[in-house]
Design a protein around this ligand. Sequence first.
Ligand SMILES: Nc1ccn([C@H]2C[C@H](O)[C@@H](COP(=O)(O)OP(=O)(O)OP(=O)(O)O)O2)c(=O)n1
Length: 178
Amino acid sequence: MILSDKRILEEIDRGTIIIEPFDPGCLGTNSYDVHLGKYLATYTDRVLDARAHNKIQHFEIPKDGFVLQPGTLYLGVTLEYTETHAHVPFLEGKSSTGRLGIDIHATAGKGDVGFCNTWTLEISCAQPVRIYAGMPIGQLIYFAVEGDIEKMYNAKDDAKYSNKTTKPVESMMWKNTF
Ligand SMILES: Nc1ccn([C@H]2C[C@H](O)[C@@H](COP(=O)(O)OP(=O)(O)OP(=O)(O)O)O2)c(=O)n1
């Protein structure tokens, strides 16, 4: 079950969903539009190593935008800080970004109950495209969860992406043992 607009507002009133900043105009029928934050990042090394801590360099999107190039993975971040305490949040693209050839996540769209942070975007593009800080970039949808939660994401010792940040965060795969 996906939460409707009215239900998202009720959950915001209850404090089980937090979206900051919140603009009622960004509420869709059953989603909330999120925007591109001002920081992007790229990996320092061209060849990444799934076992290593691959470092990234952050940079600010200039006022007149930044042209994404195909073949490079950019990490972006949502302008919005969100908390979701009783539902499963999903980050989805928007048709309008998709029609510009922009992908906002490489494979991970699902969030966890208890996730409290900005969202890192795994951005790639089909052809060069200029993007701007503050542009609508994706949407959050909320699913009801079945059953009790043993441990909320923000309470887990091994949660990799729970340190609050306004910048994109690199892969923490290196924390897995394999
Ligand atoms: N594009 C995305 C997808 C998810 N998340 C956030 C919300 C999730 O609650 C959190 C963890 O996502 P995953 O469970 O998919 O990530 P991992 O399994 O790699 O990390 P962990 O071991 O911390 O669960 O990251 C994000 O910021 N950007």
